[in-house]
Design a protein around this ligand. Structure first.
Ligand SMILES: *[C@@H]1O[C@H](CO)[C@@H](O)[C@H](O)[C@H]1NC(C)=O
Length: 297
């Protein structure tokens, strides 16, 4: 009797947790700097562990990082492994252009190779070389192909691409010429979209144009979110309620095509950034009830 009761309680607790821990995003983007800090400050391993635990509990399956500084690849991989999450790894071009960043990029490629060996192929859904790099498409893609060729030659099979602003990929499809599309797409910056239509914007406007530009490629919306503070962008207003409405809209819209992996942007507010819009995309550590935002739809 006692054992049966315990089994039943365990079953319903599990069901309840599964319900709470479900959303339709593929993953969440995390900065390597702690949230709420007025200067850039690397997360510790304990902070990465908490981040992975929070992300897992909210139903995210993958953590995206955009650079390897702060020993972030090692730390996020450790935290992800402990929480059965995957990683979308990103190498940043720290000196602005590809050429100026070459020593750092090549060093990071070795870091990735070592992490792949340590944590295993299944830990990584992809590797991006550069995030919104302000360089020619030719320069960016030459480096993407160079890194991909090198990694393949040493037995690393992780899909490789570059992450860029969705309009740039739409207008220069060479940017999706490698293994997958990684498009950053924020309805807020369009200026014609209200928060509650953020998900419609991604799935009615962004995804169709990327499918047309990049036929047959797997599509990742590698950043999408909404700021809670700062100046409005015409129809796009900022408030905590607008951020909540946008996240709810993105979550429900992400159900429409599960082959499109949408990454919510971002884990916590990055106060060190240059303006209130950029600083306030954070999802955790604010008065946002995720059970409410991610309720079934
Ligand atoms: C991109 O690079 C060009 C040329 O170096 C520069 O004029 C421009 O301001 C840069 N744009 C951004 C967004 O940094």
């Amino acid at each position: 009797m006692f054992v049966k009761g315990l089994v039943l309680v365990t079953f319903f607790t599990q069901l309840y947790e599964n319900f709470l821990g479900a959303n339709n995003f593929a993953g969440i983007v995390a900065s390597n700097s702690v949230g709420g800090s007025s200067s850039y400050k690397c997360r510790t391993q304990a902070q990465w562990n908490q981040l992975a635990k929070d992300s897992k509990a909210a139903g995210f399956k993958t953590i995206r990082i955009e650079g390897f500084e702060c020993n972030a690849l090692e730390m996020v991989s450790t935290a992800a492994a402990a929480n059965n999450l995957q990683v979308l790894a990103g190498i940043y071009a720290s000196k602005g252009t590809i050429d100026a960043s070459l020593p750092q990029i090549n060093n990071d490629v070795q870091t990735f190779r070592a992490a792949y060996k340590k944590f295993g192929a299944k830990r990584y859904v992809g590797l991006t070389i550069g995030n919104e790099v302000n360089d020619s498409v030719g320069k960016i893609m030459a480096k993407v192909y160079d890194v991909r060729g090198y990694l393949r030659s040493v037995g690393v099979t992780t899909p490789v691409s570059t992450a860029h602003i969705w309009v740039n990929i739409r207008d220069s499809p060479a940017l999706c010429g490698a293994d997958f599309v990684a498009a950053n797409a924020h309805a807020f910056f369009d200026g014609n979209v209200k928060s509650a239509q953020a998900g419609d914007f991604i799935f009615n406007t962004v995804v169709p144009s990327l499918k047309k530009a990049c036929p047959g490629k797997r599509i990742m919306i590698s950043e999408s979110g909404w700021p809670s503070r700062g100046n409005p962008n015409r129809a796009a207003k900022t408030s905590l309620n607008d951020e909540k409405a946008a996240l709810a809209s993105l979550n429900c819209a992400s159900k429409r095509d599960k082959n499109v992996m949408v990454f919510a942007f971002e884990y916590d507010d990055q106060t060190w950034k240059s303006n209130d819009n950029e600083r306030s995309f954070g999802i955790f550590g604010k008065n946002i009830n995720l059970n409410d935002i991610f309720k079934p739809c």
